[in-house]
Design a protein around this ligand. Sequence first.
Ligand SMILES: [Zn+2]
Length: 432
Amino acid sequence: MGRVLLEGATVVDRDGNVSGPRTVVVEDGLISAVAAGRPGDRRPDDEVVDCSRLHLTPGLVNLHTHSPMNIFKGIAEDATPDRWFNEEIWPYESKMDGDDVEAGAMLAIAEMIDNGVTAFADHYFSAERICAAVIGSGIRADVAPTLFGMAGDFSGQLEHASDLVREWNGREGRLSLRFGPHSPYTCSPDDLAACAVAAADLGVGAHIHVEDSEAQIAASVERHGKTPLRVVSDSGLMDLPLIIGHGYWILDEERPLLRDGNWIAVCMKTYMKLGEGPGRVWRRPEELPLCIGTDGAASSNTLSPLEQARTLALAAKYQERNAEAFPLKATWKMLMRGHDALPFGTGRIEAGAPADLVLWDLRRPNTFPAYDPLAALIYSADAGNVRHSMVAGRWLKKDGESMLDVGAVIERAAGRAAGILRKGKGKTYLEF
Ligand SMILES: [Zn+2]
């Protein structure tokens, strides 16, 4: 692979600082140099990209999703969380097969690539089919095979997940695996502790749902005498690298439980859509390791981290009656923090860092004149502004076009979606 020269870009780094023009040299999957202006030492086989009208940022991270659920997008609308889980999603999922999972994951990956996502953290069953989709697509991902305590044979599930970790973790340098106990309300404390031991044995982390709804806290106190995050902490899971999906209702007294390597993936659009109420992440947010997730498309309909960050900032300003809440730089840093939660070393625009980058065209009607590129990105931009993107120096999107065969992805998903309606809903062993 020859070098790629991204010439003359305006750089927006992970802290939201703007500088430029810069030329970024990409070689063997890494950034090999960042130079001021437009250096003249081109080689004959260099791929030179004129970036003089583009803004260069690290790629976006979606730190909590269920990619296969893209196949359910729009199937359960205007439903309470109880109805959404128990009468819609879990009954449909009970009839889902591996081909549905892979088709949904590919659809999700196509959407994320369009939106400038270079890495995502996933949580779902039939995880080997997600892994196959990730490897085939060029994106990076951290995949957590979901484990349900209520499904029975937890040790069998754990053994299967361990096999998947051994088989796929580290594949092509683009895939990492971790354990995905669903939540402290579908897994017992013993199940969670067993997950922590298995993950520690294999040197990986975990990814779990905690406190997306306020009702879960009262139920946990009644059942275990402890709040949900305390249950998770006592299991040993928080001693590991841990992605906490949601953490939206985290109590003040639970905050000291968080340790280095624990991250909270907030998915604001889902909470608004499911009527989950105001949450508690607004209070002194700088104390919390907040990152951005999208949750699955069955609840949030889209997989755009930008849209989720925007929604969170807007909700904060509205909720707190404070226009200064979640200012641009803090919102951008929250979006970029997802890089730290994943084991790929991405997120920096400097020599030696993996070349996971997005080039934004802000000279479009929705974003121009972009006095402040951060304002343009956070409050105006969408997938149409993603001109180019790459993971490990390989193009995912070029000249506004995905490198995937998107028509084939849609065609395959169409067949599976028709099958899902034909199969209908099954019985579920889960209960929310
Ligand atoms: Zn989730």
